[in-house]
Every structure is written in C-alpha cells, then in structure tokens.
Design a protein around this ligand. Structure first.
Ligand code: ASP
Ligand code: MG
Length: 402
C-alpha cells in the first residue's frame, strides 16, 4: 500500500476534542491500509503567543533564539497527538524536525528545506506505526534550529510527500478547500474542485492564506497532488491542486486580498545607470522580498521608484534605505501602510483580452481609486485604500460571476 501524508493546521488541532477528531481521520486512512505520515502545526494561536512572549522581552531578538522559541509549538502537538492515538490503541510515534533530521539552510525564520532524511520514517512505517512529524521546523548544517516562515507546516508536509514519493498530500484546514475568494468577504462564493499549481502559486503569493506558497512550488516541481480539505466537517471533497491540461477553459480562478503590505516610494532618485540596481541589491542582501515595482520613465534627471513589501519588513527596509540614501542618490523615502493589494488570478487571462479593462471598470463603477497596478501573464494586482478592499473584491467578483 502507498504512503499518504496528512497535514493538520493549527485550527484543526486546537484542543483535546479537535485532536480526537484528527485522530479519527488518521485512523480511518490507516485502517484502510495506507501508511500514514502526519504533519502538524502548533495548536490554535500558539505561535502568535510565542511571538508575543519574545516581544515582551525585545523587539530585536537574536534570530537563532527566536527560531528556537517559535519551533516549540509544534513539539507540543506531535506529542499530544501521539498520546491520543496510543490511547486509541494505535501505534504512533512522534519526531521533531531535528530528530529526523530535516536539513535546511540557515536563513532563520524563513529557512528553505534542503534535504530530508527519511530513514527513521520508513523504519517506523514498516513497523506499522503512524508517524507524526512537527511541521515548520528543521536544523541547519550546524545543528541550529530553524523555522520555515509563518504557515510553513504546509511546506514540511509537501516536501515530505515528495521525499517519500507519497500517493498524495492532504492538507486539512478549517475550510472545505480553495474558494474563488475569501468566504468571509462573499458568502456562498464558489469552491474550486481543482486548480493548477500555477494559479495556486499566484494566489498563495498574492495573500490568499490557504496554502504556504513554497509548498505549492515544491508540489509543482515534484508533481505532488495536494488536496486541501476540511477537518471539521464532511465536505465536498475539497480542492485538488495538480497539473492541468485544459488550462485554457478556465477564466478566473481566484481573487485574493492582502492586507499585509506596505508601499515604499523613493523620491528623486538620480536618473543614472545602476541606481535601481543598487537599491534592490541592498534590499536583497537583507533578504527583503519585493513585490510590485513601479519605476516611471524619468523625464529629467530624477525618477521616483515605488515598490511594495510585507509589513514585517517595513522597519528594516526604511532603515536600509535611509542609511544608504546618499549612495542611492535620492532625496527622500516615504511609505504608506494603509493600502491593500487585490489580485485576480487565472490562466484564462492569457487568451482572453479585456480582463484588465473589466477589472478596472468594476473598480471605477464603485469609485475605487487604484494606487498601483501590476500584471503578469496570469495575474493582475492593484493597490487600493484599505477601506475599499472588501468592496473591490466583491465588485470584481460580481462583474465576472453574476
Ligand atoms: N505554527 C506555525 C505558524 O503559526 C506554522 C504553521 O502553522 O504552519 O505560522
Ligand atoms: Mg496554514
């Protein structure tokens, strides 16, 4: 029989009752004859709680110690879940990231998995154990504990599925799959039965919080079918993320809203060769991810450059830019935090002209001003005022689907 990987997020394992519920899902798959590898997140809002504890002490903890702290939440869940399964009469054993080990690079708080040693997992599966693994964590080559970035347990699960050549990777959450947009914004919004890796990747990167974007990248590269479904209710079978052949039929597969952005504008950059390169090189060296970039053609000897980053990088970005303002050759650095990014994703965009116009029309009809626009082959993103964001999502949704 094949291996399946099942991942349960924080809301699915939040308390004792939820752990029993999850244990029932696991034993059902196990009793059907599968070899089951389970990946879990920290319970409920545990990781947020750990972040607050660190903040009580310092705004700038050593990154190494921060990851030691943040990785602890998952260790609680693996042991409790193993106890529940044991109590139900099943053989179950837990492993932390370092016990396997899961080897990552040393980029604390956003580490990438390099290699997973699967020997202990296979050994235990062969002895008919259910193997439970802490998500979100690993160790670097010097045995420092690392974490994979918030939401990173998804990535642990898909990386394990790839390494173990599992039949599939099931990601259990509190909603029944991937929806066209956040059901909290639009009630009764359509659930997708299937979505391509490409679209899911754009949506995850655009701020849809269903899946960690790096897990989708791994899934795509290693051809792992990822199934997103609810652990709390018998749903409709969730959403399958996989390769799709009939890409052209699909039109729009998602509208995502991202609150977690800040826009930086660097004013009066000298219009000289290498200035833009210098700016983004400085930020890259600090591991700051840049999203939308706009650099209008400088008419005279100066230009303004705007770009977006995630809010947690704002302080660092301002620091780096202000410190280097002379090297960059700019007059001023400004920022706004009161904007929201709305992204519309769909492979059908490639072959259907007019989608951008329709989106802009929907926003215009609702008096929503756009502060920045960017497009790729399968995505259009716009920045709007925070307070306009939900209406923007709804108006775009209604324009295409009503
Ligand atoms: N516990 C971690 C977090 O809250 C990782 C995860 O849940 O995937 O971000
Ligand atoms: Mg998650």
């Amino acid at each position: 029989m094949g291996i399946i990987v099942q991942k349960f997020g924080g809301s699915s394992v939040a308390d004792k009752e939820k752990l029993y519920n999850v244990a029932n899902i696991i034993t059902k798959s196990y009793d059907e004859g599968n070899k089951v590898v389970v990946v879990v997140s920290a319970q409920g809002k545990t990781t947020d709680g750990l972040v607050s504890k660190a903040k009580e002490i310092t705004d700038n903890p050593f990154k190494r110690e921060y990851d030691v702290l943040l990785s602890t939440g998952e260790q609680i869940t693996i042991s409790l879940l193993a106890m529940v399964l044991n109590k139900m009469g099943k053989k179950a054993v837990s492993f932390t990231g370092w016990q396997l080990p899961i080897i990552t690079d040393n980029n604390y708080s956003n580490a990438k998995i390099k290699y997973i040693d699967k020997s202990r997992i296979l050994e235990k599966l062969n002895e008919d154990y259910i193997v439970i693994i802490a998500g979100f964590q690993g160790i670097d080559e010097n045995e420092n504990i690392t974490t994979l970035g918030r939401g990173g347990s998804d990535t642990t699960a898909v990386a394990l599925a790839a390494t173990l050549e599992a039949d599939r990777c099931e990601i259990y959450t509190d909603v029944d799959g991937v929806f066209l947009t956040d059901p909290k914004i639009i009630k009764d919004v359509k659930k997708l039965d299937e979505i391509s890796y490409e679209e899911m990747l754009e949506l995850a990167t655009a701020g849809a919080k269903v899946l960690h974007n790096r897990c989708v990248e791994i899934g795509k590269k290693r051809d792992v079918d990822i199934i997103v479904k609810s652990s709390l209710e018998e749903g409709t079978g969730g959403t399958v993320v996989k390769h799709q052949d009939n890409l052209e039929d699909m039109y729009i597969s998602g509208i995502a809203k991202d609150n977690n952005i800040a826009r930086i504008t660097i004013i009066g950059v000298e219009n000289k060769l290498g200035r833009t390169y210098k700016i983004f090189d400085l930020l890259a060296k600090e591991n700051i991810n840049i999203d939308i970039i706009v650099q209008p053609i400088g008419e005279h000897f100066e230009k303004d450059i705007s770009f977006t980053i995630s809010k947690e990088n704002l302080k660092k970005t301002l620091e780096v830019l202000k410190k280097n303002i002379d090297i960059i050759g700019a007059k001023d650095v400004r920022y706004r935090e009161d904007l929201c990014k709305i992204s519309v994703v769909g492979v059908g965009m490639i072959n259907n002209p007019g989608i951008a116009a329709k989106i802009f029309e929907a926003l215009y009809e609702n008096n929503i001003n756009m502060h920045m626009i960017t497009t790729s082959e399968i995505k259009i993103s716009v920045l709007v005022n925070f307070e306009d964001a939900d209406i923007a999502v709804k108006s775009i949704h209604d324009k295409f689907f009503l």
